[in-house]
Design a protein around this ligand. Sequence first.
Ligand SMILES: NC(=O)c1ccc[n+]([C@@H]2O[C@H](COP(=O)([O-])OP(=O)(O)OC[C@H]3O[C@@H](n4cnc5c(N)ncnc54)[C@H](O)[C@@H]3O)[C@@H](O)[C@H]2O)c1
Length: 432
Amino acid sequence: MEKVNVKPATGKLGVLCVGLGAVTSTFMVGTLMVRKGLGQPVGSLTQLATMRVGKGKDKQYKKISEVVPLSNLNDIVFGGWDIFAENAYESAIHAEVLKEKDINPVKDELEAIKPMPAVFDQNFVKRLHGTHVKQGASRWDLTEQLRADIRNFKAANNCERIVVIWAASTEIYLPLCDEHMSLALLEKAMKENKTEKVSPSMCYAYAAIAEGYPFIMGAPNLCVDTPAMWEFSKKMNVPISGKDFKTGQTMMKTVLAPMLKTRMLGLRGWFSTNILGNRDGEVLDDPDSFKTKEVSKLSVIETILDGKEHPELYSDIFHKVRINYYPPRNDDKEGWDNIDIFGWMGYPMQIKVDFLCKDSILAAPLLLDLVLLSDLAARAGRSGIQDWLSFYLKSPMHDFEHKPVHDLFQQFTILKNNLREMGGYDADECVD
Ligand SMILES: NC(=O)c1ccc[n+]([C@@H]2O[C@H](COP(=O)([O-])OP(=O)(O)OC[C@H]3O[C@@H](n4cnc5c(N)ncnc54)[C@H](O)[C@@H]3O)[C@@H](O)[C@H]2O)c1
């Protein structure tokens, strides 16, 4: 196969994080600790996984960084924005995810990561009161300020490339509307300051794409998942991906649901509930922000267990998802699933899952992989929705013609095949 022309990963890669909260600070601390040799990047495929390339007698197993050129962790420079002025060290301490002994060895680097003032609108995150925010006449004007931030950060840190990733709070549910349907309409709405139609997260996405850099949406916000943004990312030749990091309960769902389908077992109901006590849990306690999350979490089962395809097994599934804010647990989420299945002759059975997870510990390696792989996609000349990154996402973006793939192992095959293609190998579906 002809080698795809992927530019080498030379120079510094600026990683600009929107939101410097629990997830982002855990990601930054871990990355800095790993590059000092003081931690292991557990959960990160780009750092740990091997994959097969070639078939039969040509078969070889290689690390992903040997298949495709990835930025080295030593070349990453972190920056970002937040509505609070706490630096990354203060944020990591405040989040209480990692112990001080695991943060202090990189304290100096973390203290140097000071968030830039954010674009924020309290109507979109009702539970937060930001103090470190930009002022501007319109959404357009605020976006121009973000573009200047990106340019200044790049110059000041001597970066060759930039990736922007959103790991800030979940915004309220914003349905797709006319203003989102084309780039021209979106730009008009930004200039006319239609604040209820253009969310702050859209300003960040627009700014990244306008500057020619990949954008990743880690929350379920609509943001970059609109025809206007798809069009813009194609026009600017920029990769975009989202939405919503697939970490705990949904990751389990996208493993268990395919199991039921593969064995032709039926499903009557799936009740999922969570207790969570961090700031994310507090934001999601607001019904409008929860609605955005609920839509993202609900899409999974219906797509994998298709009632039209198999009415005898999946026609009438009762699927409910709840998130309860429970401060004593902080970042230690507990996710329960009660799954009512049925087998031979329709006889009922139950599966119970109790996942005592740590949200930010699960999310941090996803941020690292998404950042490195989005940068790779940009160097490979890819643009628009990167559906091969669905592996990492709860509610994978897709255009109106395509259905998303939710099954974790199908997503993994798609991911590996895209890496094979970018590495100059043939895509295949062989079992490893
Ligand atoms: N941890 C997980 O497993 C997981 C999984 C999927 C999605 N997410 C999403 O990732 C996001 C971050 O989660 P977290 O636990 O770090 O939350 P967090 O509350 O600790 O951090 C979010 C940060 O974003 C900041 N912020 C809010 N609006 C902003 C804006 N407009 N501009 C800049 N900063 C802004 C907040 O001040 C806060 O510091 C949430 O949206 C969450 O739903 C997390």
